[in-house]
Design a protein around this ligand. Structure first.
Ligand code: 7RM
Length: 663
């Protein structure tokens, strides 16, 4: 006779709210409610966010003050939110969930090999975090100290982040694909006391030598006093007995309880390095109270989170998406959050959908680049897996072309799921412009409308505001709780990068169109805009046209200096495996551009390439495309974060022929 597990009975008996409680502002379920909540959020910014935070977040001392400071005054005074409040964010993410969700799965881990899974309940996660937090304390880490986390996608990476937060230490996660040099730069910049890493990572059947890279990064003098090493693969590692400590030897011996350190709302929670258009990566600083408020609010709102959701964001914790929407936002909302160690094409291009079927995933969040790659692989990889549990599909990271959006909506979502195209940045901390699942009518390719608290403004390059229909530089008018407060130890860089363009406005670096109905269409970084004979054109527009052709799988378009037009248009094209590249195809593509964008939209030079130079997080390294197209092939800069650095050689070789011929 089979017994009903006690857990199931408890689940069945328990009265659970169907959705996360969101205070008096409530859920946004239709557009009338959206407009009224958005309107109110702007009329009284302080009351709106105080209400949100006091109903969603566990505070030690509840804040009574909302915003202090303004965009016009950031150089004198960093912005602050909730500055009279104190909290520890792990109480919202862990302790507060124990009352009704102790046995609920907090982290559902899907390892590199299909079916290699771990389930960690909220009570288990709290215990793991407390032991790890006590381990950090024993290793000498104190409130305010920086800890670098250089790991793959294992639950212990999230445990490490939360353990830092538990004791008020500041984590800085460095994506496991970064080189030793990049890791060293970050260790030095934030003056880290401790590094947490693992022996090796696993991705797509391949081992990633994390400990080895870490050893190289820490070679010589360093501020780092200790390295805590989680054992993932059991592969060989070099060991420095005075510095290195095995996680499995040390963490399990620690006490299972750790009192959460009371932090001020504005104490730093983490530093995350991000590349700008110039200089070294900037260490953006996010603070406790505002960040946890914003990530939990936006996660619940955009994805329409419900109690029994199985939520899967397949980003990496090394990027802001992993911080906000794998770890902090979902856990603060008591969700089951899936951590995915593998890649979308391992063992085949059906992996995501196989995971969806096996775990009953209801919300799935990924990047357009993955969607395009999977669409190119063919629908059969999708259709063989049951996707009936899916309800919301999200995208983030780059503009999504309508073709990819439609494929996601029609093929993956079978035309019945909400697709949310979420625009935001490392700097914004959380989603700023996005449809709200269940409420916002969508059009493929548009991130639609601002979330409550967000007021976008489009400016022309002279700083004049563009109202109504039009295209301009995307700025944001008022502060919101989740935004980065500063660049680590370089506040003036923060001020000049984001507030130096248009006084009193936050400048995003992105271009954006507003259509007749007020919907926003992000056109991409403004450094990707090409001005051809006075016509301003978005590279994303060209790319969207190119990839809509059945022979093309991916495309990257950049400007290059042109003696007559100012800039010419240079297109890098990746064809489908079965397609030949020839002159006819390039003419066909140009006809298509003419038809879809306009007569001025002509590509001057085409280059057929084997693949786009992409970082491991799937962002096209446009700098390489631009430099090569400009003929500056010997100054490409750091290419260590590319997923496949060998494509650079192929691109350079091909370009030499093209640029030579066009002379
Ligand atoms: C979350 C993240 C930020 C840049 C941003 C944009 C681009 C992100 C979208 C998008 C069009 C989107 N943080 N971007 N989301 N462009 N539509 N939905 O990606 O700091 O790594 O990148 O990414 O250019 O400025 S990030």
């Amino acid at each position: 006779m089979s017994e009903t597990p006690l857990l199931d009975i408890m689940e069945a008996l328990r009265e659970v709210p169907s959705r996360v409680s969101m205070g008096s502002t409530g859920r946004i379920t239709d557009m009338t409610k959206y407009h009224s909540i958005h309107g109110n959020s702007i009329i009284d910014i302080d009351s709106f966010w105080l209400d949100v935070t006091n109903s969603m977040i566990t505070w030690r001392k509840a804040p009574t003050i909302g915003l202090k400071g303004s965009f016009g005054d950031v150089s004198n005074r960093p912005l602050s939110w909730f500055e009279d409040g104190t909290l520890n964010v792990t109480e919202s993410c862990l302790d507060s969930n124990l009352k009704t969700r102790a046995e609920k799965t907090a982290i559902l881990w899907e390892g590199d090999e299909p079916g290699e899974t771990r389930r960690i309940s909220y009570s288990e996660l709290l215990e793991l975090v407390c032991r790890a937090a006590n381990a950090l304390k024993s290793l000498g880490v104190e409130k305010g100290d920086r800890v670098i986390i250089y790991m793959g996608m294992v639950p212990e990476a999230a445990v490490a982040m939360l353990a830092c937060a538990r004791i008020g230490a500041v984590h800085s996660v460095v994506f496991g694909g970064f080189s030793a040099e990049s890791l060293r730069d970050r260790v030095i910049d934030c003056d880290a006391k401790l590094v947490i890493t693992q022996d090796e990572g696993m991705r797509g059947g391949k081992k990633i030598p994390l400990k080895e890279v870490c050893d190289e990064a820490l070679d010589g003098d360093s501020s780092v006093k200790g390295v805590l090493v989680y054992r993932r693969t059991g592969g060989p590692v070099n060991w420095n007995p005075v510095r290195d400590v095995w996680w499995h030897d040390f963490v399990p011996l620690q006490p299972s309880e750790c009192h959460p350190k009371e932090c001020n709302a504005e104490d730093p929670l983490f530093i995350l390095y991000t590349s700008g258009s110039t200089g070294k990566p900037k260490g953006l600083v996010h603070t406790c109270g505002g960040y946890i408020t914003y990530t939990s609010y936006t996660h619940a709102t955009v994805f329409d989170i419900r109690e029994d959701d199985v939520y899967a964001c397949v980003a990496d914790v090394g990027w802001i998406t992993g911080h906000s929407y794998i770890v902090y936002g979902p856990l603060a909302n008591g969700a089951t959050t899936l951590m995915f160690e593998s890649i979308p094409t391992y063992p085949d291009a059906g992996r995501y959908w196989e995971v969806v079927a096996r775990h009953g995933v209801t919300i799935f969040y990924t990047a357009p680049t993955a969607i395009r790659a999977l669409a190119a692989a063919g629908d059969r990889f999708v259709s063989v897996h049951d996707r009936s549990t899916l309800r919301v599909l999200g995208t983030v990271g780059e503009p999504i072309n309508p073709e990819a959006w439609n494929w996601y909506y029609d093929v993956v979502g079978e035309g019945r799921c909400n697709v949310v195209d979420t625009w935001w940045q490392t700097e914004t901390g959380g989603i700023c412009i996005s449809p709200i699942a269940q409420a916002t009518p969508t059009i493929g390719g548009s991130a639609t409308l601002p979330l409550p608290g967000i007021v976008p403004q489009l400016n022309d390059s002279e700083g004049r505001e563009i109202t109504g229909e039009g295209e301009g530089l995307l700025c944001i008018k008022y502060p919101w709780p989740g935004q980065a407060r500063t660049v680590w130890r370089d506040h003036s860089r923060f001020v000049s990068t984001y507030f130096g363009h248009f006084p009193g406005l936050y400048f995003t670096g992105d271009g954006c169109k507003r259509d007749k109905r007020g919907y926003l269409w992000i056109t991409g970084r403004i450094d990707d805009v090409i001005n051809v004979s006075g016509h301003r054109m978005g590279t994303a527009e060209f790319e969207s046209v190119l990839v809509s052709h059945s022979a093309v799988s991916e495309a990257g378009v950049v400007g290059f200096p042109h003696p007559i037009k100012g800039s010419g248009v240079y297109a890098y094209v990746v064809t489908q495996p079965s397609e030949e590249w020839n002159q006819d195809l390039s003419e066909e593509l140009n006809l298509l551009c003419r038809k879809r964008i306009g007569a001025h939209a002509k590509i001057d030079l085409f280059q057929h390439i084997p693949g786009l130079p992409k970082t491991r997080s799937g962002k096209v390294m446009r700098r390489i495309l631009r430099k090569v197209a400009e003929g500056e092939m010997d100054s490409l800069g750091d290419i260590s974060t590319l997923a496949d650095p060998s494509v650079v050689g192929a691109i350079k070789d091909g370009a030499k022929k093209i640029l030579y011929q066009s002379d």
